[in-house]
Design a protein around this ligand. Structure first.
Ligand SMILES: NC(=O)c1ccc[n+]([C@@H]2O[C@H](COP(=O)([O-])OP(=O)(O)OC[C@H]3O[C@@H](n4cnc5c(N)ncnc54)[C@H](OP(=O)(O)O)[C@@H]3O)[C@@H](O)[C@H]2O)c1
Length: 256
């Protein structure tokens, strides 16, 4: 096993869902964490909890991954502190709206493409060179089963996650000859703030997404990321797809 104790993990979108659970698990295992998100009060609360519970170093950066200069500023600040992340979890992302393409809201499209694709690229471009210089590191990209199969009214979210799949493959190809590993973790339905965000804050609509079956939980994804990262350094898992047992595809469910 490849221990993460005493190492540094940078996790984007750590104010809720997968990112928060991953920060908690990594800190529990003795890893110092760098957490990001836009909601300052949530970042501050998580920072205090992790420090108190696990006695690790926690750095937090409050910014929007759609802003390239903020991504670069964080990377520069880490470099000044002589911190090179051992693990980068490109998790910040969202679905916004669920509409037919011909009825879609341009603002929703821009949010998804700018966050899920360009934000992931901005962070990767800012952090990966440090890993390459050190010839060490692990990039985890959070994709989705939505990046494997298109579903009605999900087109632009699907396209953004197909892009993550392509970029994950591209990063792997470009890193040949280095010790840096890269994997996309692609979950099916998981109970987080995802649906509340997708439905623009409509909690009732969001709740319905998780009714009648047992969805994945944020901790399930954190455990999977931990397994991938702690696998021996000669093992490069490049893609891991995970559904709840009651969901076998977007189209095949066992709902009570
Ligand atoms: N839940 C699912 O069913 C599911 C399935 C497959 C894939 N995913 C993917 O998993 C990832 C995490 O989502 P989740 O399910 O954990 O949802 P979540 O609970 O809504 O968490 C999303 C995180 O991303 C951050 N974020 C969103 N936009 C951002 C931006 N522009 N700049 C910085 N941070 C931003 C949010 O923080 P702030 O709001 O504080 O900025 C939050 O911490 C996403 O990439 C999502 O597409 C989710």
């Amino acid at each position: 096993m490849n221990s993460i104790r005493g190492k540094w993990a940078l996790i984007t979108g750590a104010t809720s869902g997968f990112g928060k659970a991953t920060a908690d698990l990594f800190a529990k295992e003795g890893c110092n964490v760098i957490i990001t998100g836009r909601r300052a009060e949530k970042l501050e609360a998580l920072t205090n909890i992790l420090k108190e519970k696990y006695n690790v170093i926690v750095l937090s950066y409050c910014f929007d991954v759609r802003e390239l200069n903020k991504c670069v500023e964080m990377a520069n600040d880490l470099a000044e502190r002589e911190i090179v992340p051992d693990v980068l979890v490109n998790n910040a992302g969202l679905a916004s709206g669920k509409n037919k393409i011909h009825e879609g809201l341009i603002g929703d499209w821009e949010k998804m493409i700018d966050t899920n694709v360009k934000g992931l690229l901005y962070i990767t471009r800012s952090i990966l060179p440090m890993m390459v210089t050190r010839n060490e590191g692990h990039v985890i990209n959070i994709g989705s089963t939505a990046g494997h199969i298109v579903y009605p009214e999900g087109g632009v979210y699907n396209a953004s996650k197909f892009a993550v799949k392509a970029l994950n493959e591209a990063i792997n190809l470009d890193l040949v000859g280095t010790n840096i590993r890269c994997c996309s973790v692609d979950p099916g339905a998981a109970e987080t703030e995802f649906s509340k965000v997708r439905f623009h804050g409509d909690e009732e609509k969001a709740k319905k997404v998780y009714e009648g079956y047992e969805p994945l939980q944020p901790e399930d994804i954190a455990n999977i990321i931990y397994f991938i990262v702690t696998s021996p350094v000669h093992v490069n898992i490049t893609n891991l797809v995970v559904y709840p047992t009651a969901q076998r595809s977007f189209y095949v469910w066992d709902k009570k």
